[in-house]
Design a protein around this ligand. Structure first.
Ligand SMILES: O=P(O)(O)OC[C@H]1O[C@](O)(CO)[C@@H](O)[C@@H]1O
Ligand SMILES: [Fe+2]
Length: 189
C-alpha cells in the first residue's frame, strides 16, 4: 500500500490565501447572464472587476478523498444585486460539503433540484452544512472581502449547467440600505 503524505497549511486569515494552492480568478466577464440587471452589468463590465478568487488544494477524483479551497468574494453589486459566486450542484449530486466562514459578512443560497431555496447568513466562525443534492452559491452582503473555506469530496465535481441557465429562485439585494432575500422575478421552473 502506498500512503499519501499528510499535509498541514496555514490559511492567511486576512487575505484568504492558502500557500501552494491553485489560484482561480473569476472576473465579472465570466458571469455573463448571471445578474438580473443587464444594463448595470454591461456598465460595470468596462472595469471588469475581479468578483472572486479561489485557492484550491485538490486531489485526484477518488471517492473517500477530500478537497479544500478558500474563496475570497469581493464586495460589490450589479444594480441592487450583491456579488456572488456562480453557484453549482455537484456532478455527483449526492455529495455533501462543509463551508466555514473566515472573514467578512455574507451568506449562502441553497436550492433543491425542484427550486426550493434557503438562505443561511454567514460570518467568521459560521459552519454551513450543504446536504446532498442542494445547489449552493455564496453572496457577499458586506463591504469588505467575504472569505470562507469549503471542504468537499474529491469526486464531487461541479455541475454549473442548471444554475447558469435558470439561476436561483431567490436573489439577494440591497434595498433602502437593507439586505433582502427576495423572489427572483426571472425564475421559472
Ligand atoms: O464553483 P463556484 O460556484 O464558482 O464557487 C467557488 C467555490 O465553490 C467551490 O467550488 C466549492 O463548492 C470551491 O472551489 C469554491 O470555494
Ligand atoms: Fe460545492
Amino acid at each position: 500500500m502506498e500512503y499519501k503524505k499528510p499535509l498541514g497549511v496555514d490559511i492567511d486569515l486576512e487575505t484568504g490565501v492558502i500557500p501552494g494552492a491553485q489560484k482561480l480568478v473569476r472576473r465579472l466577464s465570466s458571469l455573463k447572464g448571471y445578474f438580473l440587471d443587464e444594463k448595470a452589468y454591461n456598465e460595470l463590465l468596462r472595469e471588469d472587476p475581479v468578483v472572486y478568487e479561489v485557492y484550491a488544494i485538490e486531489q485526484e477524483e477518488n471517492d473517500g478523498d477530500l478537497n479544500f479551497a478558500t474563496t475570497v468574494l469581493y464586495p460589490g453589486k450589479v444594480g441592487k444585486e450583491f456579488f456572488f459566486t456562480k453557484g453549482h450542484s455537484h456532478a455527483k449530486a449526492d455529495r455533501a460539503e462543509i463551508y466555514y466562514g473566515i472573514r467578512g459578512k455574507g451568506g449562502m443560497l441553497l436550492q433543491t433540484p425542484e427550486g426550493k431555496a434557503e438562505w443561511i447568513p454567514m460570518g467568521p466562525g459560521t459552519v454551513v452544512y450543504v446536504p446532498p443534492y442542494w445547489a449552493h452559491r455564496t453572496v457577499n452582503t458586506g463591504n469588505e472581502p467575504f472569505i470562507f473555506l469549503a471542504v468537499y469530496p474529491a469526486d464531487a465535481g461541479h455541475d454549473y449547467g442548471s444554475i447558469a441557465e435558470k439561476g436561483f429562485s431567490k436573489i439577494v439585494i440591497e434595498e433602502n440600505g437593507e439586505v433582502k432575500v427576495v423572489n427572483n422575478p426571472r425564475w421559472k421552473k
